[in-house]
Write a protein that binds this ligand. Structure first.
Ligand SMILES: [Zn+2]
Length: 431
């Protein structure tokens, strides 16, 4: 009996026993599997996610925006002037390209060709100039890894991209700009220093645990947990900082965001024990923040900075895997250093964009936070007045109208001659 059973089992497991295998059915089963787990169309999921954050126009409410609210001080550079400057820069770039390509790097440890170095140089150099980051020497490298699309940065202003990530986006400069921007973002926001600090205190706790300190175990677990949460938050922050840096350099974030959908297509790992968020959450973070981006103004600021700076020299590093981009000694503006957006700027940007997005309540909150820091910006009071008026039109709440009048009075006190302020003042007095 036992023998018959064993024979039956062997027969069941062996495919030879299946007389007619239905391969068509198998195919359908596999397709169902791919659909169920959403592995087939994952790459395009960002379309679904970006739709979720679509800013739809507010109905029956007049959103006034004479585009006079400047979020930073900069001068607009005319297209003609900018073109002229770019043309003269282009001559310098051509010389650099020639020398990078002539530099034979196909020795035993070279990971990229001159044209690849030229590409990352052009992107990084543009980001550096657009964001006034030329006070330090940056290194950008390409390292050989055909299997793991990845990039990292180190304390020494070093940005490294794996060949698999680089090759994937070799024809998409906007995505490469987001990669380079993200890694520069880690550097500029001091993420490495923050991580190293926690790692040091973890090492200290490990020593205490070895000495038999029971309490140190709890502290260790808690610290380790915090490190993972912090590390994930740093990724979200670097994605946004990188997008800002790239946008200032004039890169297209729509095309660049293919990077994030690509990351979303990579196998997911468990989020709770990893220091990176899953791709879906990175995409959501990107679109959620992008509602409050001011890409047009950022591009203008970048243009201004590029116009007022010179082409930066570049050399292949001694490690032959990277290039270093640095201003010559007399050009380096040592008194400059990068400052991420100030709280003042962040509040005003969120207030302005929340208003445009029709999130009037949220906008008013941000305007108030902004006025807590800066109460001398007449145009900001004008926009706060627009916002409260829009909220009044939407809700018919009288308190919003009162607020709109209050704000315009403040604006008028600060600037009596502004045409838009006077128009808003007159209009509100008829309501
Ligand atoms: Zn990162």
């Amino acid at each position: 009996m036992k023998r018959i059973f064993a024979l039956l089992l062997v027969c069941m497991l062996s495919s030879n026993c299946v007389l007619a295998r239905d391969y068509a059915k198998l195919q359908i089963k596999e397709l169902k599997h791919a659909q169920k787990y959403n592995t087939a169309d994952k790459y395009f999921q960002n379309k679904e996610i970006s739709k979720k954050y679509d800013v739809s126009a507010v109905k029956n409410v007049n959103i006034k925006d004479p585009k006079i609210l400047k979020l930073s001080s900069y001068e607009e550079i005319s297209d003609a002037d900018y073109k002229k400057k770019m043309a003269s820069d282009e001559e310098k770039y051509a010389k650099i390209e020639k020398s990078l390509k002539a530099n034979r790097t196909d020795n035993f440890n070279a990971q990229a060709k001159g044209e690849d170095f030229n590409k990352v140089y052009r992107i990084a150099e543009h980001i550096i100039r657009a964001n006034n980051l030329d006070y330090i020497t940056w290194r950008v490298g390409i390292y050989k890894d055909s299997d793991t699309p990845n990039a990292y940065s180190t304390n020494a202003n070093y940005v490294a991209i794996s060949t698999s990530l680089y090759d994937t986006f070799a024809n998409n400069d906007d995505a490469l700009a987001l990669v380079i921007g993200h890694e520069m973002g880690h550097n500029l926001l001091g993420h490495q220093q923050r991580k190293v600090k926690t790692i040091h205190s973890l090492q200290k706790l490990t020593r205490l645990i070895k000495l038999g300190n029971g309490g140190a175990v709890i502290a260790y677990v808690a610290k380790k947990r915090k490190l993972l949460i912090d590390a994930k938050n740093m990724e979200y922050a670097a994605d946004i900082e990188g997008a800002k840096l790239a946008a200032k350099a004039g890169y297209n974030l729509d095309k660049g965001s293919k990077l994030l959908s690509f990351i979303n297509s990579l196998p997911e790992y468990r989020e709770y024990d990893s220091d990176h968020p899953i791709g879906k959450h990175r995409l959501e973070n990107f679109y959620d923040n992008r509602k409050y981006f001011t890409e047009d103004q950022w591009a203008e600021i970048g243009k201004y900075n590029i116009y007022n700076s010179e082409v930066m020299p570049v050399k292949i590093s001694s490690d032959r895997r990277s290039v270093y981009i640095g201003a010559s000694e007399d050009d380096a503006s040592s008194d400059l250093s990068y400052r991420p957006e100030s709280m003042e700027d962040v509040y005003l940007r969120f207030a302005y964009k929340s208003y445009l997005n029709g999130e009037f309540n949220k906008a008013d909150g941000y305007f108030n936070k902004y006025f807590g820091i800066n109460s001398s910006n007449a145009i900001a009071y004008l926009y706060a007045s627009y916002n409260s008026q829009a909220d009044y039109e939407k809700t018919k709440g009288k308190s919003h109208l009162e607020k709109a009048k209050e704000y315009i009075n403040k604006a008028k006190n600060l600037d009596k001659n502004n045409k838009y302020i006077n128009e808003q003042y007159d209009e509100l007095n008829t309501l």
